[in-house]
Write a protein that binds this ligand. Structure first.
Ligand SMILES: Cc1cc2nc3c(=O)[nH]c(=O)nc-3n(C[C@H](O)[C@H](O)[C@H](O)COP(=O)(O)OP(=O)(O)OC[C@H]3O[C@@H](n4cnc5c(N)ncnc54)[C@H](O)[C@@H]3O)c2cc1C
Length: 482
């Protein structure tokens, strides 16, 4: 038997053993595995020995034990919307995908306690809707919310558009239930607000991208529903004005700002390439745009606040033009430009996607310097910078010209990344503001990791997952580097 024949026979044995241990309902093999092994953009497709789909915490624990006994490692998967290949296997012969998609229950929503307990596989938008029906609000909001799942959000410490008001996912988590790599269950599903009994263990699993265990349920903070929301799009004469406007908005709007996104003029072109019938919201063209939202509940007159704020900054000339949405439909339309521009970029083919953060006060300088570095290295490429101003978070994406071969395109994407990272390092920024490391950013993370951090991370990994069962190709090659 040749090598590939031997590998196939071993895979058959492992699949049969998984089915025997866990039952046919939990184990997918063959063609059905494919859709779990492709990244969101469709740029990377791999494979896996099997996909395991448990329905309960006990079933997750049984699956973990079965994999350990067969020498298989586990790639946990939520909605598979992560953009850094954390949920896509890289060793198809020795990895299984463990999908949380059948653990979707909302165990409790407690409006008096301002908390909820939800299973890891619940889709974010479905959880937000359920919480909304109780007059409450879960503030995590991102373009992928119709597909990503709570466990994935916690495992990536997701950010999104409301971070400036409510913080990253970490700040919304009260407790976790986690199946550890040996199959034991860490039950930390507390809803206590204050609990200073030593080291807060749940923090280890938030942002760990499935390298330390499988999150099966999460307890989270809820807020009162901000039933008054004002949304405006403004045109600016320069990106620097966005930073000045942001400072003003935080002070003048009583810190009720819930989103403040900057976009280039190209955003409108890209969004309309994805959604052709989107109506243009403004007549003029400006070098930079900001989509801002203020929101609140109770006695605050949000519409009046937005009108007075924009009236003031337009009179001063800080804002060149602006529209305030007068209905939920109009507000949705404005947000479609911000969301549609991502899809528009995807339609143009493979491109560099970055997720960078720099100190807020230096954001405009960074964008200028980094775009200039890309233009100097790759004059035919188009840079698209947009993101969350309030978090100093820029997505500086680079679109190669049409007509390149896949190899030429990959070479240009790599060159663009190198050019941007040189500027980023000079600004002491982060290569991953909110998307995590996964497999995609591992080399860039690795070369920048100081020795002490490496030592600590390796100590934590080997203490919790000594046999490297959990998502071994993700974040760090702990074995090689230990
Ligand atoms: C259009 C679009 C817009 C986006 N916008 C944003 C944004 O604004 N902000 C932002 O932060 N991200 C954004 N993302 C990225 C992505 O949506 C987030 O990272 C999200 O939190 C991933 O959730 P998921 O359920 O899809 O996780 P997956 O992609 O399935 O997994 C992500 C990582 O978490 C691990 N994991 C998943 N579930 C578990 C679990 N239960 N236990 C342990 N490990 C687990 C996986 O192994 C993987 O390493 C966007 C993505 C898209 C496609």
């Amino acid at each position: 038997m040749g090598r590939s024949g031997a590998v196939a026979a071993a895979a058959d044995d492992q699949q049969e053993a998984l089915v025997r241990a866990l039952g046919p309902d939990m184990v997918l093999v063959g063609d059905e595995v494919g859709r779990y092994c492709r990244d969101w953009h469709g740029d990377v497709t791999t494979g896996a020995v099997a996909v395991l789909r448990p329905r309960s915490t006990d079933e997750v624990a049984a699956a973990v034990r079965a994999c350990a006994s067969l020498g298989l490692s586990i790639v946990p998967q939520g909605g598979n919307t992560g953009l850094v290949l954390g949920a896509v296997p890289d060793r198809p012969d020795s990895q299984v995908v463990l999908s949380l998609e059948r653990m979707t229950a909302i165990r409790r929503i407690d409006a008096d306690d301002f908390s909820a307990v939800v299973e890891a596989g619940c889709i974010l938008s479905e959880f937000k809707d359920a919480v909304g029906r109780e007059g409450m609000f879960f503030p995590l909001a991102l373009g992928a919310q119709g597909s990503c799942r709570i466990g994935g959000n916690v495992s990536t410490n997701a950010g999104g558009i409301n971070v400036l008001r409510y913080g990253m996912t970490r700040e919304l988590v009260l407790g976790l239930e986690v199946v550890l790599p040996d199959g034991t269950v860490f039950d930390g599903l507390s809803t206590l607000r204050k609990d200073n009994r030593g080291i807060d263990l749940k923090q280890l699993f938030i942002g760990a991208e499935g390298t330390l265990g499988i999150i099966t349920a999460v307890s989270v903070k809820l807020m009162p529903e901000p039933d008054r929301v004002a949304t405006a799009l403004v045109g600016l004469n320069a990106l620097d004005d966005a930073i000045v406007l942001y400072r003003r908005a935080r002070r003048d709007c009583c810190d009720l700002l819930s989103a403040f996104e900057f976009m280039p003029p190209l955003a409108f072109v890209l969004a309309r390439e994805a959604i052709p019938d989107l109506a243009m919201p403004m007549a003029g063209d400006y070098p930079a745009y900001v989509l801002m939202e203020i929101s609140g509940s109770g006695l605050v007159d949000i519409d009046d606040l937005m009108e007075r704020f924009l009236g003031g900054v337009m009179e001063e000339g800080l804002v060149a033009d602006g529209v305030i949405a007068t209905s939920k439909g109009q507000a949705r339309n404005l947000w479609l430009f911000r969301e549609g521009m991502n899809e528009g970029q995807a339609k143009r083919g493979p491109h560099l996607r970055t997720d960078i953060s720099v100190p807020l006060s230096r954001l405009a300088d960074f964008v200028r310097d980094a775009e200039a570095a890309v233009a100097a290295a790759l004059p035919d490429c188009v840079s698209v910078s947009y993101g969350h101003v309030g978090d100093g978070n820029v997505h500086l994406n680079v679109l190669p010209p049409a007509g390149l071969s896949p190899e030429q395109c990959a070479a240009q994407i790599y060159q663009a990344k190198v050019a941007i990272n040189v500027v980023l390092d000079a600004y002491h920024g982060s290569i991953s503001a909110e998307h995590g490391i996964g497999r995609l950013k591992k080399p860039d993370f690795d070369v920048r990791l100081p020795a002490v951090q490496r030592q600590l991370l390796t100590a934590i990994k080997t203490a919790i997952d000594p046999t490297f069962v959990m998502n071994p190709g993700c974040q760090l090659n702990f074995v090689q580097n230990s």
